[in-house]
Design a protein around this ligand. Structure first.
Ligand code: SF4
Length: 284
């Protein structure tokens, strides 16, 4: 695969029931796409995949929190109808056993974002809804249903000043994740500049990651590796570049051909490939 992308992130909404201090999912749109507009966007992505002979393309549904939108299942069904893989990134607080069962055979991978196993830390970060934080026993029950039904699970952990000295690996021992991603907290001037207050140095991130690097399926992403290596479509259908610590709108998928937008976005294909190659055999 040369200079094409086979994983595209739909940030369906900025809305979220959590309020993480370093959340970067802010895109400054007055309105967000309707399900009809997302369905048209799926068609656009499908055309792009077909034109570029991409057989294992995947659409990753993210947010904000994708489970707050009321059309999520309709969109999943539509993506499935085109034989495109679906993954979902969620803070898991709204995920239920019933929902997981409804996704069997439809959702390839569920990615959960868990930054800490400690309630106090989660409260400090803002990873709570009215003081309610995630209960690990509930989490394990839900994830086990996913695993038993061949839905892959991955975990994303943002490493910041909040959790730098915590050990999350006890969770890895309780459930086998298909992929583990550690991300150095990153700030963007236009959406989460206060994240700089919770930033950690490269050395600190390397030290944290080195303790976990022996786990299967681990991907370690320093903040510079995130630059221009994700294909992001914002809640209003704009392709977004995150070059130089800024979210820049490259253009609307309804106004400009997706291939052209991706070309203008200066994707770093080397970093893109490095991340998703690690998934080969796992996510595709
Ligand atoms: S859970 Fe994710 S989307 Fe929600 S506030 Fe936290 S970082 Fe942002």
């Amino acid at each position: 695969m040369n200079n094409t992308v086979d994983v595209i992130n739909f940030h369906l909404t900025e809305k979220c029931n959590y309020m993480c201090a370093y959340c970067f999912a802010k895109f400054n749109n007055e309105q967000e796409f309707t399900v009809e507009e997302w369905i048209k966007t799926v068609d656009i992505v499908n055309e792009y995949f077909k034109k570029n002979a991409i057989l294992n393309g995947r659409i990753n549904l993210a947010g904000g929190e994708p489970l707050v939108v009321n059309y999520l299942d309709e969109l999943i069904d539509y993506i499935n109808s085109l034989d495109i893989k679906v993954s979902i990134i969620t803070n898991i607080s709204l995920l239920t056993k019933e929902k997981i069962r409804a996704w069997i055979g439809k959702v390839d991978t569920i990615g959960i974002s868990i930054d800490s196993l400690n309630r106090e830390t989660n409260l400090l970060i803002g990873r709570h809804s009215n003081g309610k934080t995630i209960e690990i026993s509930d989490l394990l029950e839900i994830l086990n249903i996913a695993k038993e039904n061949n839905i892959k699970i991955k975990i994303n952990t943002v490493v910041s000043k909040f959790n730098l000295h915590e050990d999350i690996s006890s969770l890895y021992k309780q459930i086998r994740f298909d992929r583990i991603k550690l991300l150095q907290v990153r700030f963007n001037n236009d959406c989460n500049e206060s994240a700089i207050n919770y930033g950690i140095s490269s050395n600190e991130f390397n030290e944290y990651s080195s303790q976990l690097k022996s786990y299967d399926g681990i991907i370690i992403e320093s903040e510079d590796m995130m630059e221009c290596s994700y294909v992001i479509i914002d809640p209003k259908g704009n392709l977004i570049s995150n070059k130089g610590n800024i979210h820049k709108k490259i253009g609307s998928v309804f106004e400009t051909n997706l291939e052209e937008l991706i070309a203008i976005a200066e994707i770093n294909y080397k970093t893109f490939m490095k991340r998703y190659q690690t998934e080969k055999g796992v996510n595709r």
